[in-house]
Ligand binder design. Structure first.
Ligand code: AMP
Ligand code: MG
Length: 390
């Protein structure tokens, strides 16, 4: 059996960064920038006022000084003339500073009568002028790769970049397997349960930027599984869930091998999620996840998310582990690396009581996977441990 690290390295080899495509700015949120984007203009494109007030010469600013107002500069329409000695131009936020002026006295510091103003409160040294290009200038870059946030979208809009090169979304096909499963919303028979894994994994992987298709549930027969693999054709990553152990009804390995899957590995020295298999199936990477709901989700975090991120061209495929102090003791670990559902809060971290890999309610309560090395000894309250936030 291989380690989690070794498995991850082998899984990376099954996928590669996907080509870029162009999307409209309005559709680019959450996508991963594939090429640097370059500003084609300066912002602001002219020296602009940051306040409502009067533009005039800084050398003339003193208490009780009087100026004649000779015009207006508003956002979208500048004052065309020039400001001379003893003159001021009424100006509003975002409007171009007129020629000859280098200072804006805010209107609260003035008194106006007709077309005359007096400085009634001495302004500070702040000019209230935004220099041209202070935000960004022609040639300013946003560097790829980068997951585009709302803030990036706003910045690119201001840069007048309307079409955005992004990595194509990895297409992931999810296949639940098992005679006992029905879809959420259906009425289960007396011995049936609801397929949950595909839905949790879809949410997880779409959040990371994948395009996920949930295929019809495959029954525990060769032909049903073959049909499901057929429907998955063309996906970048095909994920089966369940049927991966050594029970009589665990057919995923046999069927995928029969379809030409070149196996990369089978089984990882970890808890939960030991019976994980992976390989190459035609043009797709294939991962066979264990069926237990918690195992499937933990493997989603540890293996599928990094694969998706790699296809998107993201450099850091796994967030760094964090550390926290135990608020409850831990017994010693067995021979496999253990990813324990845990709750992290301001007081520290504690592992959830029952780590049975079928308990989704415990997973939903957890916000961390506490990582234990093989044979990690007993740990007491206050000791530092590592965890992956989820
Ligand atoms: P298996 O690996 O097929 O033996 O599945 C292990 C356990 O996980 C069994 O109790 C299955 O009923 C359960 N299971 C398998 N697939 C799913 C799924 N998609 N959603 C929820 N439970 C599942
Ligand atoms: Mg099964």
């Amino acid at each position: 059996m291989i380690t989690v690290e070794e498995a991850r390295a082998l899984l990376y080899d099954l996928v590669s960064p996907l080509p870029a495509e162009t999307v409209k700015l309005a559709d680019a949120a959450g996508r991963v920038l594939a090429q640097d984007v370059v500003a084609t203009r300066d912002q602001p494109p002219f020296a602009a006022s940051s306040m409502d007030g009067y533009a005039l010469k800084s050398t003339e600013v003193e208490l009780h000084a009087m100026f004649k107002v000779i015009g207006e500069s508003v956002a979208g329409k500048r004052f065309e003339g020039s400001v001379g000695p003893g003159q001021a131009v009424r100006i509003f936020t975002g409007a171009p500073i007129p020629e000859g002026a280098d200072f804006v006295v805010i209107q609260e510091d003035t008194e106006r009568r007709g077309d005359l103003i007096t400085i009634s409160d001495l302004p500070g040294v702040k000019t209230n002028i935004r220099p041209a290009g202070v935000d960004f200038s022609t040639g300013t870059k946003i560097h790829a790769p980068r997951r585009l946030r709302a803030e990036d979208i706003a910045l690119m809009a201001a840069m007048n970049v309307a079409r955005i090169p992004v990595a194509r979304k990895p297409v992931v096909a999810l296949i639940s397997t098992g005679d006992e499963l029905v879809m959420p919303g259906e009425t289960p028979g007396p011995d049936q349960i609801i397929a949950s894994n595909t839905f949790g994994l879809k949410a997880l992987l779409e959040d990371a930027g994948a395009q996920v298709r949930i295929l019809p549930i495959a029954r525990d027969t060769v032909s049903s599984l073959e049909t499901a693999f057929g429907l998955a054709e063309g996906a970048d990553l095909v994920v089966t869930i369940g049927g991966a152990s050594v029970g009589d009804y665990d057919l995923v390995s046999d069927v995928s091998t029969g379809l030409g899957m070149e196996q990369s590995f089978y089984k990882i020295r970890m808890r939960p999620g030991k019976p994980l298999m992976a390989g190459r199936l035609g043009r797709s990477a294939m991962v066979g996840l264990p069926g237990n709901p918690v195992s499937a989700m933990v493997c989603g975090y540890l293996f599928l998310l990094p694969m998706v991120r790699r296809m998107l061209g993201i450099e850091q495929v796994l967030p760094p582990l964090q550390t926290a102090r135990l608020t409850e003791p831990l017994g010693k670990n067995g021979p496999r690396e253990h990813y324990m559902r845990a709750v992290r809060d301001e007081s520290g971290i504690r592992a959830c009581g029952d780590q049975d890999s079928s308990l989704l309610s415990v997973l939903a309560e957890a916000n961390a996977l506490l990582v234990r090395a093989p044979h990690d000894p007993d740990r007491s309250v206050g000791e530092e441990v590592q965890y992956l936030p989820i």
